[in-house]
Design a protein around this ligand. Structure first.
Ligand code: BES
Ligand code: MN
Ligand code: ZN
Length: 497
């Protein structure tokens, strides 16, 4: 989609539809719509005066005024109560309007940035939200549809601002929104592809292509290199599959290539059958999104590069397929991790923490200023928090606070959970240093306690995105399927450092 910013009166925009908004219980348009309206002798106000449009949140009306504006259609959308308005509502509003426009066959949509005026959002934030909502709301994954459905497509989006003093802020926000939404859509694409199309080798190829186009440094470790590095827990998970593992290193230099970087780490299980501790067949198909953490890291790194953030940032992905082949890891097996700690395998289905153990060990080479891993790690986290918040566990309060604030701002809620000594004890083995499963109680927390054992003295946070990386219901700017969760949170975190 082509995104542009235009300064002027939206009622004079030559588009297939324009979008204006109204807070609940407001009868006179204010802000940008108000100014635009006055310039057109109250054309808009007379439409609202009809009375049906109340401005409740996400209420939508399509009007065909025939005069007073240049576009044939006016999409009026409700913002809800003014004091209940948030940045997330701005994103949702834009998404609802864009989807409605697309359904109507609109190719070129012009809109104001919702909430920039009376909504009290900063201009840049409002613009970013409008662009994100539009791009994320109209995302579709159609690669495997061969029947040519005559689907409508939104081709152009013009963000219109009346006040020329706000131009540079609006442009800055719109560009950030576009780059970040592109990162989210890349992550969604990667995770929506089925397991047969996205084995570790293909995931690595996609990361390398992205690095090539954005100028990131990229190194892919193949089977040989993984062996030479001593990444034995990654190898242990991969050995049951005919698909070889990959370890991906992406690097953005930032302002100072010698600075301690922020390291992002993704679980990249391209399909999780459970291995010998085989999962139930029902619903197993959705384990194709078990590389959602790595998809988020790759999508975020793309945005980091394109925004040319000042922070040196490293992305690591540990990719393997978890299969019950004849060479597969077995319950009771003991594996020596890259760090040297030994692990008794209690369940081959607790494979994510195994591949992350070596990735966390490798991360220490960069002496991270902070390391954040993202993983669809435990069903227990889904039980605890459902689908509207990711689990956040950390060894550092400042880092955890910064991440939960980024979560609040982006609507990608990260809810902190504790790692207590009881959880650490639950991961001790009688025969090795650790075991990879602590049983049912506190499953998300014992998993985090396991990861923590591989963190060598740097600020670290773990995001369990098992419940948030896939959407079965869909929301205004999160269509059904892979959500790309984590990309926007990470970018907000990095941009606010
Ligand atoms: N990939 C799963 C976790 C998962 C479950 C992600 C549901 C998304 C939705 C992970 O590898 C797993 O199987 N975890 C086990 C751990 C247990 C064996 C200790 C689990 O949660 O049951
Ligand atoms: Mn598993
Ligand atoms: Zn898994």
């Amino acid at each position: 989609m082509d995104i542009t910013v235009s300064i002027g009166n939206i009622l004079e925009q030559d588009a297939d539809a324009i979008v204006l908004n109204l807070f609940e219980d407001v009868t006179e348009p204010a802000g940008a719509p108000g100014a635009a309206d006055k310039a057109r002798n109250g054309a808009l106000q007379s439409l609202i005066a009809g009375g049906d449009f109340k401005g409740t949140f996400k209420q939508i009306s399509v009007l065909y005024p025939q005069s007073g504006l240049r576009s044939p259609r006016l999409i009026l959308i409700g913002l809800g109560k003014q004091d209940a308005f948030t940045l997330d509502r701005a994103r949702q509003t834009a998404a609802v309007a864009a989807r409605q426009a697309r359904t109507l066959g609109v190719k070129h949509l012009a809109s104001i940035a919702h909430g920039g005026g009376a909504g009290a959002l900063e201009s840049a934030d409002a613009a970013q939200a409008a662009v994100e909502g539009t791009l994320l709301g109209t995302y579709r994954f159609t690669e495997y549809k061969t029947e040519t459905e005559t689907e409508n497509n939104l081709e152009r989006f013009t963000l219109v601002e009346f006040d020329s003093a706000k131009q540079s802020e609006i442009e800055r926000g719109a560009l950030a929104g576009q780059i970040i939404a592109d990162g989210v859509c890349l992550a969604r694409d990667l995770a929506n592809h089925p397991g047969n199309a996205m084995p570790p080798s293909v995931l690595a190829d996609r990361a390398a292509e992205m690095a090539q186009t954005t100028g990131l440094r990229c190194e892919i470790f193949d089977q040989d290199r993984i062996d030479r590095e001593g990444m034995r827990t990654l190898q242990a998970v991969a050995q049951g599959s005919a698909q070889p593992p990959r370890f991906i290193v992406l690097e953005h230099e930032g302002e100072d290539p010698n600075a301690d970087p922020v390291v992002l780490i993704g679980k990249g299980i391209t399909f999780d059958t459970g291995g010998i501790s085989l999962k139930q067949g029902t619903g197993m198909w959705d384990m194709k999104f078990d590389m959602g953490g790595s998809a988020a890291v790759i999508g975020a790194m793309q945005a980091v590069a394109r925004l040319n953030l000042p922070t040196r940032t490293v992305g690591l992905v540990a990719a393997a397929e978890n299969m019950p082949g004849s060479k597969a890891l077995k319950p009771g097996d003991i594996v020596r991790s890259m760090l040297g700690k030994t692990i008794e395998i209690r369940s081959t289905d607790a494979e994510g923490r195994l591949v992350l153990a070596d990735a966390l060990c490798y991360a220490a080479r960069f002496s991270p200023a902070a390391a954040i891993d993202l993983a669809t790690l435990t069903g227990a986290c889904v039980t605890a928090l459902g689908n509207d918040a990711s689990g956040l566990m950390s060894n550092n309060d400042d880092l955890a606070d910064a991440i939960s604030q980024a979560g609040d701002r982006t609507g990608e809620i990260a809810w902190r959970l504790p790692i207590l000594d009881g959880h650490r004890n639950a991961m001790k083995s009688d025969v090795a240093d650790l075991k990879n499963s602590g049983g049912r109680p506190g499953g998300a927390l014992t998993a985090a306690a396991f990861l923590e054992a591989f963190v060598q003295d740097f600020p670290w946070a773990h995001l369990d995105i098992a419940g948030t990386a896939w959407s079965s219901a869909g929301q205004p700017y999160i269509p059904k399927g892979a959500t790309g969760i984590g990309v926007r949170l990470l970018l907000d975190f990095l941009r606010n450092r």
